[in-house]
Write a protein that binds this ligand. Sequence first.
Ligand SMILES: Cc1cc2nc3c(=O)[nH]c(=O)nc-3n(C[C@H](O)[C@H](O)[C@H](O)COP(=O)(O)OP(=O)(O)OC[C@H]3O[C@@H](n4cnc5c(N)ncnc54)[C@H](O)[C@@H]3O)c2cc1C
Length: 433
Amino acid sequence: MTNERYACDILVVGAGPAGLAAACVAAEAGRQVVVLDNSPWLGGQIWRGEQTHPTQAAAQRWIQRLNKSEARVLASATAFAALSPRCLLAETLSGVLEITWQKLILATGARERFIPFPGWTLPGVLGPGGLHAMSQAGWPVAGKRVVVAGTGPLLLAVADGLKRHGAHVFLVAEQTPLAKVMRFGLGLWRHPGKLVQGLGVKARLLGVPYRCGCWPLKAEGADRVQRVTLTNGTRTWTEDSDYLACGFHLVPNVEWPLLLDCELRAGAVRVNEFQETTVADVFCAGEPTGVGGAECALVEGQIAGLAAAGLPDQASAFFSQRASWHQFRDALNDTFALRPEMRGLATADTVICRCEEVRREALESFTDWRAAKLHTRCGMGACQGRICGGAAQFLFGWDNDSVRPPAFPVRVGSLMSADPTDPTASTPTQPRV
Ligand SMILES: Cc1cc2nc3c(=O)[nH]c(=O)nc-3n(C[C@H](O)[C@H](O)[C@H](O)COP(=O)(O)OP(=O)(O)OC[C@H]3O[C@@H](n4cnc5c(N)ncnc54)[C@H](O)[C@@H]3O)c2cc1C
């Protein structure tokens, strides 16, 4: 199989709010832009249904703006390896794309964090974002009894979405204490849009208990979840449930930045004021630089896009907006930081790595992620540590500081095309956009 080749001034990986904004401003500035995303739709995690079922004005504005620009969109394309320092490989359904870039903007978003507890691998226990996405795609949740648990504002957004799809959400259990959540809520006056959004969600969830300082201890059932045991630290009780949607805030997707040797700080990509990473000509915007929400991602995306297009003065016009969203981001992460009790949820025989079935007791004797991987295969299965990595970081303090290609699981044929010594791997055509 031969690779299809593209060349561009600016390549954007990820078409969520950050990637959309970066691609729009760079293309409008006259640069040749390619933007790729592994999903078939534009919009990332928050706006992915907007192309087919438009509901949000901001999403529509950005998607239309991108469609009107000269940017080339490559959907269902997963960036998985670098062929050379300025050439990236992406897998599509029909083959492999070889994309050469002058500037690269990484806007790969974040994913849900899972903290293991007994029963967390039972069918019917899912991440809140995952269950929400499935219900949006038509998975029937109407009439099902659902507990939403964990931490972060996503819990309320998901409870709202599931309720709209007819689910009987009868409890939202937030591990953060009420006082901290209240303080965060009161601070939202600085971001009136968020305040209105939050009040709207709360109003729609009238009648659904939102219990703070409350978390799941275990999920039980014969062949799928049937009961969830929860605690508020003093009292423990059990609820019958068809689904447990449980996730503990989000963690930045940093596989690509690590693959390119970009430095991290506290698990997020280190960038300068123009969103440039520690590797020259590689920029990063949105959740990989810290989990701060869609508005923060949009502003960072515009700064990255303008800076990559060589327009630093225009980029700096967004600095004050970004500073304000970074205050929000810091408050968000401080409020929904995990309480120490979460470290004790997994018992000795609780599975931590579900791909390779590695239990907690098998990991206790190691001092770092690398040693644990080598001896137990923890994090070496199909998800490549995307699920257990965040848990291991929290439980044991292990950082994953190295990633090897492929950054995502791909077909063997695609892997072979990543071999630069293979003369059949690429066609000698002129680069095009
Ligand atoms: C599961 C989940 C559900 C969420 N639901 C909500 C919600 O309901 N309401 C809300 O307010 N916020 C929600 N959020 C948070 C919200 O998505 C973010 O705040 C916002 O979308 C951040 O924008 P972004 O552009 O940084 O990242 P994202 O929107 O995550 O966009 C990143 C994009 O990059 C793509 N990508 C990643 N790696 C590659 C690769 N190697 N190759 C190609 N493409 C790649 C991803 O598929 C994704 O489309 C959710 C987050 C998650 C993880």
